[in-house]
Ligand binder design. Sequence first.
Ligand code: FAD
Length: 467
Amino acid sequence: MRDRSRLLKDAEPGTRGPVLHWMRREFRVESNPGLLLARELAEENGVGLGVVVCLPEAHELPSLRQLRFLLDGLRPLQARLRALNIPFFLRVGDPAAQVADLARSARISALTTDFDPLRPAGRHLRTLLETVNAPVWESDGRNTVPCWLVSDKKEYMARTIRPKIHRLLPEFMASLPALRAAPAPWPAQAGTAPAGEADWSAAEAHAAKAYPAAPVDWVTSAEQTGEPQGGQRLDAFVRGGLRGYAENRNDPVKDASSRLSPWLHFGFLSALDAALAAAKSSAPQEDKDAFLEELIVRRELADNFCLHEPRYDALDACAAWAQATLDKHRGDKRSYVYDFNTLEKGETHQPLWNAAQRQLVDEGFLHGYMRMYWAKKILEWSPTPEEALDAVVRLNDCWSLDGMDSNGYAGAAWSVCGVHDRGWAERPVFGSIRYMNSNGARRKFDAAEYVRRYAGVEQARAFASRK
Ligand code: FAD
């Protein structure tokens, strides 16, 4: 697994203790390069292997619906690890301190972890690197081609990163071996006792501190989340939904995209496995190509953006042309201005936008086309582009099951400040940032039906009467 990993710290541990894998982005047993690397290192040294997950402090926690989705998925994960003699530690609090504490008490000989370019993850890792006295590795289990190999700079757009990814794809589009049982037991005294018994009640109590976005009903029970469900949903999509994807995916009423993003976001599903399954399927080539473009190129472009742009959720992240055009139109009169609460409640003058916000709140999911439209309108109705970007990121991070993801930060930056896009015809407020309106939506799909589905008959009538 060293081809998908890099050594972040080389240290002589001075012990022959176990290997610890800190799982923080890829919550799965299969096709997990970080876990496979940990198993390899344990085998080389004839030592045990354990996994730790840490829920961060309240201000960094995902929202309640996201946490519910995560915690319910961690229970089957613990059971699968236990069957492989790999103890599972569930901690709560400052991740760097918690993992360092476990590493110290277990006298580990190596630490492995998931690659994650987002700021909180980077902060925790930097602190941990200073305190842990053992070699530390990170593995990219999110991207098909490891993010740091694709490019060493912030890419302009899909067109510039695509050839770089495609050049390396033949080397990395290969399935990973199954995880085998730990080569040795976890030492009796190492870590919290008894090893591998996660303290679920502490985690549940901690979850109560999260932003209170209620869990959503299409994924409320433990049977609907986690790695097993990720695999089943992928199978169902590849067998039934992939055919026709190229033509139908942009229609929010047909709802023909995979809806795999929550499972991909938590790493319950490996994007590599999804790509291999799609590539092998009997669906028409144009459907496979369209899906792989989103799953590989667009998704890896988002991680490239966050890796090379530390201010990925601020206006500074956008290109000079975009900053200049937004500045030029800063003083333009807005026809409507809404504050965060009005947006969150979905109470604007516009039924189509309200329907999108309701879908987001009710389902924890928003169709890809509607995400773009929804974010563009927030730019149109906010006092400043900074407030618009902030509202898009906050609403998406709190309400979307797949929120707090580099895809979300890149999507927000694309919509509000032209990241990965080019300039368009100049107009008020937007300047030359690409504009979208409800007439475009009406032309593309049955927008009145979308409004009826998510905002009700009254709003659909109001929408129809405003042609
Ligand atoms: P499918 O069309 O089935 O695509 C398969 C997978 O490819 C997706 O699950 C996703 O992992 C990836 N993908 C698809 N489109 C994109 C894209 N444009 N950029 C990057 N990856 C993509 N995606 C998230 O995962 N989390 C978010 O929080 C998020 N927020 C967004 C906010 C805005 C304002 C915008 C414009 C886009 C956002 N996206 C986000 C990207 C995209 O809209 C979703 O990934 C996609 O709609 C998820 O639906 P799906 O799984 O049915 O996608």
